[in-house]
Structures are given as structure tokens and as C-alpha cells.
Design a protein around this ligand. Structure first.
Ligand SMILES: NC(=O)c1ccc[n+]([C@@H]2O[C@H](COP(=O)([O-])OP(=O)(O)OC[C@H]3O[C@@H](n4cnc5c(N)ncnc54)[C@H](OP(=O)(O)O)[C@@H]3O)[C@@H](O)[C@H]2O)c1
Length: 279
């Protein structure tokens, strides 16, 4: 599957850390042309119901229709949550997934989620029995036509391979923090490319600040008449990623979306892929 299944500009708008501004900023993104929205049922970092309020207003004002949008949300284990849980933590883990999912449908005012993502495995290493149950429950949501695609976030290559082998419904998306120091998650991106999984990269700017001021990066941006942020986003698209931007600034968002017009040659991509090793 390619990221072209995700409609609109080749970006996903991220709604983390927006709290009471979530509705207004989601509307800003929809007005700018974003059609893929990422959220999570994790009140600690996201206000999923605020995304739903924006969607409601966007439908009422004929800005978009539900079928124009790609809505992605996540199941988050209790260890990633604060006290505002979208499920009863005393229930078995499969019931927690079902409860979290039902609450997401309510928040997002829909009966279909385009992509449902496991926010992260139960621990940083390996897969647990709970991870397997969560994945089977997500598969069941897919089989019941409540979810079009299922995916993973914050996974190592070993964990991704573990899920992939175990899965009867294969992951369609991986969403990871993307560090230039790992050649922009090179090994995972290769596995995704080989297995029809769309790689979604986040923190492309904030995780890589130490490298983005390098004179060679600045010179390339100048030669391409673009900003460094645009350069990073365009590079990410051309190497097959679906980038996330969660900007709160309308000008930044317009400029991010415009990055799609920038031409980069093979040599430019090679330079960007290797910026962590520039002298
Ligand atoms: N799965 C996970 O665990 C996970 C974790 C983190 C994030 N995410 C997802 O990824 C989304 C994006 O998060 P992120 O970590 O990539 O960072 P982000 O929230 O997009 O933050 C980017 C930062 O860079 C600044 N910036 C400056 N110029 C920019 C430009 N041209 N475009 C965009 N930002 C610019 C922004 O400031 P301005 O606001 O002033 O532009 C902001 O402070 C989140 O909203 C969430 O949906 C997922």
C-alpha cells in the first residue's frame, strides 16, 4: 500500500499537545487542505474530543465530508496515560481496547476509523502476551469493518518483525520518531518498503535540530530556495515517508504543504539521508 491511499497533501496533521486549542488548530489544518488527521485516545497528550468538535464544525460548514478524510487514532496502554483513562483498567486488555475504541468513535463522531494504531508495545523490548491480545483485538475491529487499516507506533525493528510474523491482518502503518542519527530509521523504513507498510515519520524537525544547522544543509536549502523545514519534509516524502506536521502556525503549515513542489536529486537525498555523518 502506498501513502497515496491517504488523501490530500502528502502530509498527516498531528494533534498532540494542543489541548484546548485542538479544535481551532484542527480546523486550521482542514482549511489549509490537510485531509489526514492523527490523534490518540490519550488525554495526557491529545484532546481527541476536540478533534471531533473540529470535524463536526467542518461537516456543518461543508468544508469537508467524512469520506474526504483519513482519520487515525490510537490505543494507549495505561502506562502511557494519566488518570483520564478511556477504559476500565481492571478489565482484561482486550476489553480495554474495545472500550478505548468505542470512546474514540464517540469523540470523533464516526463509525469508521481509517487507521487504528497501537501507540507502543507494552515494553521497549520484545512483545508481551498483552501485545498479542491487543493486536488480535485490533484485527477483530478490522474484520468487523470498524477499522480500515491497523498499525503500530514506537516500535523497534525486532518488535515490528515480531508483530508482522504474528499478524493475520498485517500492519499497514508504522509511526515512529525519526532520527537522522539512525539514517532516519533506515532499517525500519526498508522493512516497511519491502512489506507494503507506509512509514509515518514524526519529530522530523525537533529530533534532529543538532544536524539541521549544518552548512551543507543550509546551502542545499538556499540552492533550492526553500526553508530547512521544507527540505526535511520534501526529503522525507521522496524517500517514501508520510511525514507528520503538528505546527500551530498557519504560515508554517502552508509552507510545509508547499514543500511538495521542491525538486531534489539523488545526490541531495543522499546528503540528507546522511546528515548525521557530515564533518
Ligand atoms: N506516536 C507517537 O508516540 C507520537 C509522538 C509524538 C508525536 N506524534 C504525532 O506527530 C505529530 C507531530 O509531532 P512532532 O513531534 O513531529 O512535532 P510538532 O508537534 O509538529 O512540533 C514541531 C515544532 O517545530 C516547530 N516548527 C518550526 N517551523 C516549523 C515548520 N515549518 N513546520 C512544522 N513545525 C515547525 C513548531 O513550532 P510552530 O508550532 O510554531 O510551527 C513546533 O514547535 C504530533 O502532533 C502527533 O500527532 C506521535
Amino acid at each position: 500500500m502506498s501513502s497515496s491511499l491517504v488523501p490530500g497533501p502528502r502530509f498527516m496533521y498531528g494533534t498532540a499537545w494542543k489541548d484546548q486549542q485542538t479544535k481551532d488548530l484542527t480546523l486550521m489544518a482542514l482549511k489549509a487542505g490537510c485531509r489526514a488527521i492523527d490523534t490518540a485516545n490519550q488525554r495526557k497528550h491529545y484532546f481527541e474530543a476536540g478533534v471531533g468538535e473540529a470535524l463536526c464544525e467542518a461537516y456543518e460548514t461543508n468544508l469537508v465530508r467524512r469520506e474526504d478524510l483519513f482519520l487515525q487514532t490510537k490505543f494507549t496502554y495505561q502506562r502511557g496515560q494519566d488518570h483520564r483513562l478511556p477504559y476500565d483498567p481492571t478489565k482484561p486488555i482486550d476489553v480495554q481496547v474495545e472500550q478505548s475504541f468505542a470512546s474514540s468513535l464517540e469523540h470523533l463522531r464516526t463509525d469508521l476509523i481509517d487507521s487504528y494504531v497501537l501507540h507502543g508495545p507494552a515494553s521497549g523490548y520484545g512483545l508481551s502476551a498483552d501485545d498479542h491480545i491487543v493486536w488480535r483485538t485490533m484485527e477483530s475491529l478490522h474484520k468487523r469493518n470498524c477499522v480500515r487499516f491497523i498499525g503500530l507506533s514506537n516500535v523497534s525493528l525486532a518488535q515490528l518483525k515480531g508483530f508482522y510474523e504474528f499478524a493475520s491482518v498485517k500492519p499497514s502503518f508504522v509511526q515512529n520518531r525519526c532520527y537522522a542519527s539512525t539514517k532516519w530509521d533506515y532499517d525500519i523504513r526498508q522493512f516497511c518498503r519491502d512489506n507494503n507498510i507506509t512509514y509515518q515519520g514524526f519529530s522530523l524537525l525537533t529530533a534532529n535540530i543538532e544536524y539541521l544547522g549544518h552548512p551543507a544543509v543550509k546551502a542545499l536549502a538556499e540552492a533550492k530556495h526553500c526553508t530547512i523545514a521544507q527540505l526535511v519534509f520534501r526529503f522525507s516524502q521522496l524517500v517514501g515517508m508520510l511525514p507528520l506536521t503538528g505546527t500551530t502556525n498557519a504560515k508554517h503549515l502552508a509552507s510545509d504543504l508547499n514543500a511538495a513542489t521542491i525538486d531534489l536529486e539523488e545526490g541531495d537525498l543522499h546528503l540528507m539521508e546522511n546528515i548525521a555523518w557530515l564533518a
